[in-house]
Write a new protein. Structure first.
Length: 210
């Protein structure tokens, strides 16, 4: 029941934000559209800012699941579970390659639309989207620690910090190049994203995408 209400609240906020922008609706409107009380909304989320972060995470959820599955596929042949027995660079290279194998463009374009197609100077929108990506990075970190307990913590933290900071930087550049993106991303824009991502992976120096 609680999970169903949370999803209803997120779906309501997502549709309202897409229709009116991130500043164009209230908690009361979210509650009405979700069929719950105002108090129920606040039981799940501290306020509209936290709700918008959660909406962005929801948009990233499918991509995150695909990313974790791709990391597992790329590391399936590694020795597991023994601390110190895992090739850390191979695992981190798998993370970089996995980023190339998932549909980040659709998630980024959808988040951009939910946040009202903000310009590059919109600090609030940047904070919301970056926070959502940081949460995804946290999930990936926990997953990798379970999958490869021998990974050096500093190597892992630096790689993920650089990768997700780089992805958000690329997203800003990519969205500026393609200001009219909708939920369906055209092939030309996808190809441009792939070129940008390959440059990031080169800078990370943990292996190129396949």
């Amino acid at each position: 029941m609680l999970a169903g209400r949370r999803v209803a609240i997120l779906d309501a906020a997502r549709s309202l934000a897409t229709e009116h922008g991130p500043d164009g609706f209230t908690v009361d409107q979210v509650a009405m559209r979700a069929g719950v009380s105002r108090r129920t909304v606040f039981n799940h989320f501290a306020g509209l800012e936290a709700l918008l972060v959660a909406v962005c995470e929801q948009l990233l959820a499918e991509t995150t699941t695909s990313l974790l599955a791709e990391v597992d596929r790329r590391t399936a042949a590694l020795p597991a579970e023994e601390p110190g027995g895992t090739d850390g660079r191979t695992v981190l290279a798998a993370v970089a390659g996995a980023a190339r194998g998932v549909d980040l463009p659709t998630a980024i374009a959808s988040i951009h639309l939910v946040l009202g197609a903000p310009g590059p100077g919109d600090e609030r929108a940047q904070h919301i989207s970056r926070t959502a990506f940081e949460h995804v990075g946290g999930r990936l970190r926990e997953h990798l620690q379970r999958r490869a307990p021998g990974l050096d913590d500093l190597d892992l933290d630096l790689t993920l910090a650089l990768m997700f900071s780089g992805i958000t930087t690329l997203a800003d550049r990519w969205l500026a190049r393609h200001p009219d993106l909708r939920h369906v991303v055209p092939d030309a824009a996808r190809a441009d994203w792939d070129r940008l991502l390959d440059r990031l992976l080169d800078h990370l120096r943990v292996g190129r995408a396949d």
